[in-house]
Design a binder for this molecule. Structure first.
Ligand SMILES: O=P(O)(O)OC[C@H]1O[C@](O)(COP(=O)(O)O)[C@@H](O)[C@@H]1O
Ligand SMILES: [Mg+2]
Ligand SMILES: [Mg+2]
Length: 320
């Protein structure tokens, strides 16, 4: 089944046609980005630009290209009130009659671009007519998705009910590859940047040490994977299980964390919960956080529910 048919079936089940049309627009934007990525090296779109974004991070040419694609896509849809991007300081007003805000990380994992390793796009849609409605907890999302640009291009999406996995076929159409994806438990594998080990909060240090000692949730010695693209790491977890952590640590605490709430943690948290997993900062459920600013950062712990709960228990014990 191709995406268009999947969305038609949703329409028949009473989903808002404007939202479904917007989802098709978002999917089409990811196809355009995947085309750009394929020829990026040949077009000289590697290395860095001379610009930094609002986070103070140097932009890659493809961060800018992907951002332009998403913004232009939003501007074609009358259902969009605002576009919010990692690469833009402020929200971009789109349509005065729009009812959905589209919030996105146009290119995730962009440090991997120059070495041809999987990158992604992350998108969140919330009901919002006015700029004053942009700061909503993640549980209010009506749609979230990521595209993973790897050996194949995947689109993984949810309207909050189930999670469906599409793969780009030879005709450049998204075709359903796996419906109602659930994160399997039992995979003794964690994903964390261990170069920051000495800086992590003590509960995370203890959790990882226990996992390595064969005293973790599954009482096996754990394996480690770190792509450095959150999308790629979460995509693996969606299929295989395990846990992803970008936790609080002594260095990033003053910023609130490394990853951003509105366009990384919330959409990924919404997808992971819909797939039966957990999404937490260690202390609170990510989707319950009331955002204070568009580019707010948070600690992120996502994955198999039993693993995420084990980290939360260690935080709770440390607090007690
Ligand atoms: O540089 P580190 O510590 O490995 O961090 C990697 C993390 O940063 C990110 O690249 C941040 O996303 P952006 O590339 O969109 O800024 C995540 O995808 C990834 O998990
Ligand atoms: Mg990112
Ligand atoms: Mg990015």
């Amino acid at each position: 089944m191709i995406l268009k048919q999947f969305l038609n079936a949703k329409r028949e089940r009473g989903f808002d046609p404007d939202l479904l049309e917007l989802v098709q627009t978002i999917a089409d934007a990811t196809i355009k980005i995947s085309r750009q990525l394929r020829v990026a090296v040949l077009h000289g779109h590697v290395g860095a630009t001379e610009e930094t974004n609002v986070q103070g991070e140097v932009q890659k040419p493809l961060d800018v290209i992907a951002d332009n694609v998403f913004v232009a896509a939003c501007q074609t849809s009358a259902a969009v009130s605002f576009a919010v991007s990692e690469e833009q300081d402020n929200e971009i007003p789109v349509s005065a009659t729009g009812k959905y805000a589209v919030i996105f990380d146009p290119l995730d994992g962009s440090s991997n671009l120059d070495v041809n390793v999987t990158v992604g796009s992350i998108v969140s849609v919330i009901p919002a007519k006015a700029a004053s409605e942009l700061l909503q907890p993640g549980r209010n999302q009506v749609f979230a998705a990521y595209a993973a640009y790897g050996p194949s291009t995947s689109l993984v999406l949810t309207f909050g009910d189930d999670v469906d996995f599409f793969s780009l076929n030879a005709d450049e159409e998204y075709e359903l590859a796996d419906a109602d994806v659930k994160i399997p438990s039992g995979n003794a594998e964690f994903s964390i940047n261990t170069s920051r080990q000495n800086l992590w909060d003590k509960p995370v240090q203890d959790y990882i040490a226990a996992s390595l000692a064969g005293e973790g949730v599954y009482a096996k010695r754990y394996n480690m994977r770190w792509v450095g693209s959150m999308v790629a790491d979460i995509h693996r977890i969606m299929h295989r299980g395990g846990i992803f952590l970008y936790p609080n640590d002594a260095e990033i605490a003053k910023k609130g964390g490394r990853l951003r709430l509105l366009y990384e943690a919330n959409p990924m948290g919404f997808l992971v919960e819909a797939a039966g997993g957990g999404a937490s900062t260690g202390l609170v459920r990510i989707l319950d956080i009331q955002p204070k600013e568009l580019h707010q950062r948070v600690p992120v712990i996502l994955g198999a529910l039993d693993e995420v709960e084990a980290v939360e228990r260690r935080y709770a014990e440390a607090k007690a």
